[in-house]
Write a protein that binds this ligand. Structure first.
Ligand SMILES: O=C(O)c1ccccc1N[C@@H]1O[C@H](COP(=O)(O)O)[C@@H](O)[C@H]1O
Length: 220
């Protein structure tokens, strides 16, 4: 079993085919309109059918979502990734209402940021450690291609499954896994030729590297 990979910001059938054929576990759809990777509910439902036909699980990426958005996109989504300022209470309510598995993204710049994972341990199924962005430098809380100091995760990771993201690509993947100890990774802009435009070659190259890394058994 190689490293488990989520490829995020998928918006067309050929890219989903490439992710599936190359062995990605998760296909991510971004439901945040300012993103160049945004897809609406209707498109996501069609794309989810393709992803599932490859055996992939689907992840909806949300930033402080309304209940209405969660309901509209529900058929496309196996996992909900919360990438905004959702509190543990809000995460718990979304999990109870949707019946789906939850991923909470946490922005990381220093050791104290990693500790925030503890407050979500009882209410989500997975933590995603992503790079913290400086306020005012981008409209997006994720998908910015920025890395953080991966050694910050050493000895501080939560008891529940967690995933690493933030600026990963084929060139830095091995180092990121070595320094962080990640068994699961999430990648988006590092597989693009332009914002929102995934490269089939970059997907294949990244997945080739991922196959040489990671744990020997599948995780929950
Ligand atoms: O990709 C986006 O546009 C996006 C928008 C809003 C919230 C999250 C988003 N993407 C997530 O950001 C991380 C890191 O992405 P990258 O590899 O640094 O480009 C990843 O979890 C995406 O799911």
């Amino acid at each position: 079993m190689s490293l488990e990979v989520k490829i995020c910001g998928l918006a067309s059938p050929n890219v989903i085919d490439a992710a599936g054929k190359n062995g990605a576990r998760w296909a991510g759809f971004v439901f945040f309109p300012p993103s160049p990777r945004y897809v609406d509910a209707r498109l996501a439902i069609d794309l989810a059918a393709i992803a599932r036909s490859h055996g992939m699980e689907t992840v909806g990426v949300y930033v402080n979502p309304t209940d209405r958005l969660l309901d509209e996109t529900a058929p496309a989504v196996d996992w909900i990734q919360l990438h905004g300022q959702e509190t543990p209470e809000r995460a718990q309510a979304i999990r109870a209402q949707s019946g789906k598995r939850l991923i909470k993204a946490l922005p990381i710049a220093e050791a104290a940021d990693v500790e925030a994972a503890r407050t979500y341990e009882a209410v989500v199924d997975m933590i995603l450690f992503d790079a913290k962005v400086q306020p005012g430098t981008t409209r997006l809380p994720g998908g910015n291609g920025r890395t953080f100091d991966w050694t910050l995760l050493e000895g501080r990771t939560p008891s529940l499954p967690w995933m690493l993201s933030g600026g990963l690509d084929a060139d830095n993947l091995a180092q990121a896994v070595l320094e962080s100890g990640a068994k699961r990774v999430d990648v988006s802009s590092g597989l693009e030729d332009a914002p929102g435009l995934k490269s089939l070659d970059k997907i294949a190259q990244f997945m080739n590297h991922a196959r040489t890394l990671g744990p020997k058994e599948q995780t929950p």
